[in-house]
Ligand binder design. Structure first.
Ligand code: CUA
Length: 157
């Protein structure tokens, strides 16, 4: 079969468009992937929080000599995580999720102010430089008991 000159041009044009399109789609899929911040958004089934690690065993876990993990479940109207006690000067990795509505996990006198969203795990690292008892409060209005939603973390020498 002999293709007319213009048909050839259109054929080449069509293939070029397809290649360009696929490249754009491929590249944006690639860059989107790389736009996710380190660690990304961790998803969790809000109905299965208590069966999902690390929330199946909330509280303080030592990860290595210099790192501790604190996992907390936020819910209307409180925080679940027994006896929060961590050492001063060590990296504390907070992991918080909610079983119901949006809350916050805000540690008084620190830069820790985490938004806690059901279906997601919010992570934040913090190193306390002063020992003492710190108040943890909810800064997002979450209902009638919002003002009673608080707990405490003890930072030891
Ligand atoms: Cu929880 Cu306000």
């Amino acid at each position: 079969m002999h293709l007319h000159k213009y048909e050839k041009i259109w054929l080449v044009f069509g293939i070029t468009c397809l290649v360009v399109f696929l490249t754009v789609v491929g590249v944006s899929a690639f860059t989107d992937n790389h736009h996710t911040p380190a660690g990304g958004i961790e998803h969790i089934d809000p109905e299965k929080v208590r069966e999902t690690a690390p929330f199946d065993n909330p509280g303080v876990t030592q990860l290595d000599d210099d790192t501790y993990q604190v996992s907390i479940i936020a819910m209307a109207f409180g925080y679940e995580g027994p006896e929060l006690k961590v050492p001063v000067g060590k990296e504390i990795v907070f992991k918080v999720t909610s079983t119901d509505v949006v809350h916050s996990f805000t540690i008084d006198d620190t830069k820790v102010n985490m938004m806690v969203v059901p279906g997601q795990v919010t992570t934040k690292s913090y190193t306390f430089d002063k020992p003492g008892k710190y108040l943890i409060i909810c800064n997002e209005y979450c209902g009638a008991g919002h003002h009673f939603m608080f707990t405490e973390i003890e930072v030891t020498e």
